[in-house]
Design a protein around this ligand. Structure first.
Ligand SMILES: Cc1cc2nc3c(=O)[nH]c(=O)nc-3n(C[C@H](O)[C@H](O)[C@H](O)COP(=O)(O)OP(=O)(O)OC[C@H]3O[C@@H](n4cnc5c(N)ncnc54)[C@H](O)[C@@H]3O)c2cc1C
Length: 642
């Protein structure tokens, strides 16, 4: 049914696939992995999964993890695609590989790395990342778990002093892991040395029971992540050996001498690793949602035209308005994430090879903003895709609710998004100062902060859109700076008077950054690819301006005629995307099994799919007369007495 639609695509799809995956090698690897999942009976998506209890879902996911392990290197950071393909959840060991091992690599001494790394990699030491507590998450410096050094025995006494200090949320803690990287306040001789990581065995090697002095469990059902055992843990004066402290940057000797060494800023490295994965890999879930919504919008027809032909819902301008700006944003985020990955790798190589920290601030700031922007995008995209599919979007068989449920926690974890935007705001303010005092120190990406005005003829050209987005962010940053400075107590002003302005300014940086990356990707491409990417980039740039133009309005940099031009131009570009929409989503190369959707097959009868599931696979229908029917009689009886 969609073949005619496919033929309308006006660009070489394979070239686009390579762009979306960062090159041929990566796309081929993705297809190879997808092929494995498509052809393995255990990974065939069965929507009756959602009728199962959480217990059964967890067990099925465990079996799937083992099968995936047999063939696929789940830990390979270059091709971290398994979770994008994992049916109905996330494989066990995600936290271990994506958070624990990177933290170890950055925070452990060479000696500790040689003692543990092989055990970690082959899962003989399987751990979780236990930082967050019931009472504190974002404010890491105020965690309350303590690690008090006992000079008599040269051990650390790990203790949970109150309920609030209970470790809460760590993934894979509730049921599975035997070790934990516990973040606690180090105290030696009554003096506090701040929060540091301790690598601790928490469950018995043979029995898997919590060790004496440790209480552990699963925190309970959540909005998503049903197969993930997010856990809680408390310590009652638990004794951990001296070398449990990961001691690359701080050492405690047997007799209690504390020595700091190296640059502790390197600790950001492990967070960068996971944030980079969130930008690079998890953005792909937005593309999956869009593939479902756009395909379904081609199958689905509502109301008739003048020729009595039913209209595909993708032909309605309002439906295009829901989906096409998101499609453009998906491409923008993917191209932005390629640049971010380069930045993160460059920063990491400089630090590890030359002890050069010159890119750390820039990388941390851009990555913070991007993690916030991209994770908001994916959750928002999943929700709008669901809404665009009407009633069927609400059913699990559409494959859309799971994307929203699994992706929305990314807004909170690994740095809560508002707080990350505020961190980027701090960096923007610093660069704003440098624009005046040391302009040469301002990185290229932040030179736009010197903009006071831009003269534009055509507000919708790529170059002008970039200039306007930069100017918008520059004006909002200056506005936030003025607000901050207008109160004498800076800390109070930051927290209670100017937070909104600061977070707003920061949130407008990534659209500007994404547009630069988009332009970079478009340059030197063959004509047809360049043409369609330029249309997408313009839709993205215009949408970002229309959504967030407060800065330009504050300084009268846009008039009503220009705003109208922006709106009209965006609408005039939709027919081009309409022709290419299917090819643009199919360039991701996602198979039907990867989509996990009955409403958006590559070819087929979506209505028959849904009917077959309801009538043949839905286990609730296995009994012709369900046990629950007896309650109807009870309801009648109760009703009769009223
Ligand atoms: C699915 C999931 C998995 C997780 N996995 C792990 C794990 O493996 N290991 C682990 O240690 N933790 C884990 N966490 C915990 C997670 O890291 C924290 O929830 C996260 O850091 C946010 O902290 P919080 O819950 O304290 O939020 P809070 O900081 O309490 O945020 C609540 C609200 O307050 C606002 N706020 C707080 N401070 C400020 C401020 N200074 N300025 C402005 N606004 C502010 C926030 O913007 C937010 O709106 C997980 C959480 C989830 C949901």
């Amino acid at each position: 049914m969609l073949e005619a639609e496919r033929k309308q695509g006006q660009f070489p799809q394979l070239e686009m696939s390579h762009l979306l995956y960062g090159g041929k090698e990566y796309f081929d690897k993705f297809l190879e992995r997808q092929n494995f999942f498509d052809n393995h009976p255990m990974f065939k998506v069965n929507h009756d999964f959602y009728n199962k209890s959480r217990q059964d879902q967890i067990l099925l996911n465990a079996e799937r993890t083992i099968e995936a392990f047999k063939t696929i290197q789940l830990a390979d950071p270059n091709y971290y695609t398994p979770n994008v393909l994992c049916p109905q959840g996330i494989f066990i060991s995600t936290v271990h590989f994506a958070m624990v091992i990177p933290a170890f690599q950055v925070l452990a001494s060479d000696e500790q790395i040689s003692k543990w790394m092989t055990l970690l990699k082959n899962l003989n030491a399987f751990g979780c990342y236990a930082q967050t507590e019931l009472g504190h998450g974002s404010d890491v410096q105020n965690l309350q778990t303590v690690a008090v050094f006992d000079k008599q025995t040269s051990e650390f006494v790990i203790h949970t002093p109150n309920i609030e200090a209970t470790k809460f949320w760590p993934g894979e803690l509730g049921l599975y892991c035997e070790f934990a990287l516990v973040f606690a306040q180090l105290q030696v001789d009554g003096k506090g040395y701040g929060v540091h990581p301790f690598w601790i065995r928490i469950r018995d090697k043979e029995t898997h029971k919590p060790l004496s002095g440790i209480e552990i469990g699963d925190i309970g059902p959540k909005m998503g992540y049903s197969v993930k055992d997010n856990g809680f843990m408390s310590f009652d004066h638990f004794r951990a050996p001296l070398d449990s402290l990961l001691n690359r940057y701080i050492k405690v000797s047997r007799d209690g001498k504390v020595e700091r060494q190296g640059n502790p800023k390197v600790g950001y490295g492990s967070m960068m690793y996971m944030r980079n994965i969130l930008c690079d890999q998890y953005t792909k879930f937005g593309g999956r949602a869009l593939t479902i919504a756009i395909r379904y919008s081609l199958y689905r027809k509502q109301f008739k035209d003048d020729n009595k032909q039913e209209i595909r819902i993708l032909d309605y301008q309002c439906q295009q308005q829901k989906l096409f700006p998101l499609l453009a944003e998906f491409y923008a985020c993917v191209f932005g994430s390629v640049k971010i990955k380069e930045l993160v790798n460059d920063n990491f190589n400089r630090i590890s090879q030359q002890n050069d920290f010159s890119l750390l601030g820039l990388t941390h700031a851009v990555l913070s903003g991007a993690k916030a922007n991209y994770t908001y995008f994916v959750a928002n995209c999943a929700e709008w895709c669901r809404l665009s599919c009407g009633g069927h979007g609400f059913a699990h068989y559409s494959g859309l609710p799971i994307i929203f449920f699994e992706m929305s926690p990314n807004i909170t974890l690994e740095g809560e998004n508002t707080i990350l935007n505020l961190q980027l705001a701090r960096y923007l303010l610093k660069q704003l100062q440098h624009i005046v005092s040391k302009p040469n120190a301002v990185p290229e990406f932040f030179k736009f902060l010197s903009l006071e005005t831009v003269k534009v003829d055509d507000v919708t050209s790529l170059d002008n859109l970039i200039a306007l987005l930069g100017l918008n962010c520059a004006i909002l940053t200056k506005y936030a700076a003025q607000k901050l400075m207008s109160h004498s107590d800076m800390k109070e002003s930051w927290d209670t008077k100017s937070g909104i302005a600061l977070a707003k300014a920061a949130s407008t940086f990534i659209p500007y950054f994404n547009m630069l990356c988009f332009l970079d990707t478009i340059n030197n491409k063959a004509k047809d690819t360049k043409t369609i990417l330029t249309v997408l980039a313009r839709i993205y740039g215009i949408s970002m301006l229309l959504n967030n133009m407060q800065g330009l309005l504050l300084k009268n940099q846009l008039n009503s005629q220009q705003i109208k031009t922006l709106q009209d131009t965006r609408e005039s570009l939709y027919p081009i995307i309409r022709l290419n929409a299917l090819s643009l989503v199919e360039a991701q190369g996602l198979s039907d099994n990867s989509l996990q959707s009955l409403i958006a097959p590559k070819e087929g009868d979506v209505y028959m799919n849904m009917y077959n599931f309801a009538s043949k696979e839905n286990s609730l229908n296995k009994q012709q007369v369900h046990n629950g029917i007896s309650y109807i009689q009870k309801m009648r009886e109760v009703n009769a007495k009223l």
